[in-house]
Design a binder for this molecule. Structure first.
Ligand code: AMP
Ligand code: ZN
Length: 469
């Protein structure tokens, strides 16, 4: 197992990662609220969490990763007020909540596919786990950590010695940050108490409701992640991830209720990704025209250009999106894949000399998932005194984590950026050969392309190319 050092929001330090069970990582990720498309800010979090998971695998761990799908209970304010986001989506599109959930869940996984984000081992919608939520809430009431008031069930944060384990901020600041409206819930004993089960919603038209010991209703958002994590990963969690906005109240509340329920410490490491902002500030799904992967595609950017954009900076730094920067990244990406595509296949693997680069790459990941440092190692390999086969093999290994399709063989029906870049470079070389009257070399280039199923034609407008069917 290679060493991985990670910043832990719980201890506010970079620490060596030590799993509960040697060689195994139990990892939980807060999944999307599927009432709208994911914006590229949300996807920054999922890209960096994907790199984290793959870094564990690269370091030799066996990872079990679980993610929920929030399809009920997430209100427009994270502090349990406002309207259920799913219902907002259903009203907006004149569909049922379940139709909205299915549509945007599929859209989310389609975005993930385009960005080479691996699907977690378990994906669990909240609406599948109502009995688990009820069981957990029942025990919290029995043990005095929860109370009913005005028909709802609340977690009593006063019962805990330390509620703010994840954050040291001032309570007022946190509460203001967490809510859209400044409406007080008079049922709460303490300002920070949160809803475990709603029966009294000011929105009578809440579409999805279930029977419970406290009346017909629906679960609060926070209980979902605790119950789903415990259901699939047991009582000891190694690492929990999410965007930085999840620290309070969502993750703070998850810790409160999970540890009250289990009676012991629950999760050792907390991994948070800083936000992607646009030039107006924070990105939001509720603002009309927000940035999505499809929008980037329509503007001519390959989704992996956005992945590279994210990998170029550290996950613990805020990132500002701009098309100017994305244009630079696009040029970098095209140059990089072109360079790799031009590598030959020749040579025996020089394993001894490759070790230094493997170590440097693992070291970059182990250095709090330093992806820009890992990218530097990619360039070091390209410049290295190694044969092409060794370079290809290394880049292929690194791409298991970076997932930028650096060495992917291009499928004949997919005329993508890598293939185009490669063919154009070959055409350029052939042009030079012909100019220098080296017709043997020019023909050899044409033959090499033909062998790869690419036909070139010299026309009055220049050399064109097509794939042989
Ligand atoms: P949601 O679908 O709203 O529940 O959010 C899904 C994930 O995206 C959560 O982990 C959020 O913390 C994260 N997130 C929300 N906004 C941003 C942003 N602008 N940049 C990065 N991550 C974000
Ligand atoms: Zn969560």
């Amino acid at each position: 197992m290679k060493e991985i050092n990670l910043y832990n929001t719980l201890t506010k330090k970079i620490e060596p990662f030590v799993a509960n069970e040697v060689g195994k990582v139990k990892m939980y990720t807060c999944g999307p609220t599927v009432y709208h498309f994911a914006h590229i800010g949300n996807l920054r979090s999922y890209i960096m969490e994907d790199v984290l998971e793959k870094s564990f695998r690269y370091a030799g761990y066996d990872v079990k990763r679980v993610m929920n799908i929030t399809d009920v209970g997430h209100l427009s304010s994270d502090a349990d007020s406002g309207e259920d986001k799913m219902l907002m989506g259903a009203k907006r599109e004149h569909k049922s909540v379940m139709e909205i959930a299915a549509f945007y869940r599929d859209a989310f996984f389609e975005d993930c596919r385009k960005l080479n984000i691996k699907t977690p081992d378990v994906v669990e919608p909240a609406t599948n786990c109502i009995p688990e939520f009820i069981k957990m809430i029942e025990k919290l009431i029995e043990t005095g950590y929860a109370y009913t008031a005005g028909g709802n069930v609340y977690f009593d944060t006063e019962k805990l010695e330390r509620y703010y384990v994840l954050s040291n901020q001032n309570e007022e600041e946190l509460m203001v940050g967490a809510r859209d409206d400044v409406e007080e819930d008079i049922n709460k004993k303490n300002k920070t108490d949160f809803v475990l089960w709603f029966t009294k919603s000011k929105f009578d038209d809440q579409e999805l409701k279930w029977e419970s010991p406290w009346g017909t209703g629906y679960p609060g958002w926070h209980i979902e992640c605790s119950a789903i994590s415990i259901k699939h990963l047991g009582e000891q969690l190694d690492i929990h991830c999410g965007g930085i906005d999840n620290v309070f109240p969502h993750h703070t509340n998850e810790i409160a209720q999970s540890e009250a329920y289990l009676g012991h410490k629950w999760c050792n490491y907390w991994f948070h990704v800083l936000h992607l902002n646009d030039n107006t500030g924070k990105m939001s799904k509720s603002k009309g025209d927000f940035l999505t992967v499809s929008l980037l595609e329509r503007k001519g950017y390959h989704p992996l250009v956005y992945r590279l954009f994210c990998l170029q900076s550290h996950y613990r730094k805020p990132l500002v999106f701009s098309y100017d920067v994305l244009d630079n990244v696009k040029a970098t990406y095209e140059k990089l894949v072109k360079k790799i595509a031009s590598l030959g296949e020749s040579g025996e693997l020089e394993n001894e000399r490759m070790a230094e680069y493997r170590e440097a790459f693992a070291g970059a990941l182990g250095n709090d998932i330093n992806t820009s440092q890992a990218l530097t190692v990619v360039y070091d390999v390209l410049k290295a005194d190694l044969n092409d086969a060794s370079k290809r093999a290394l880049l292929n290994e690194f791409d298991a984590v970076l997932s930028l399709d650096l060495t992917k063989e291009t499928e004949s029906e997919e005329v993508d950026v890598r293939l185009a870049a490669y063919v154009e470079e070959m055409i350029e070389k052939r042009k030079i050969a012909r100019k220098e009257k080296d017709f043997a070399r020019a023909d050899a280039i044409r033959d090499e392309l033909l062998q790869k199923g690419i036909e070139i034609k010299d026309t009055r407008e220049g050399t064109t190319w097509s794939l042989l069917s």
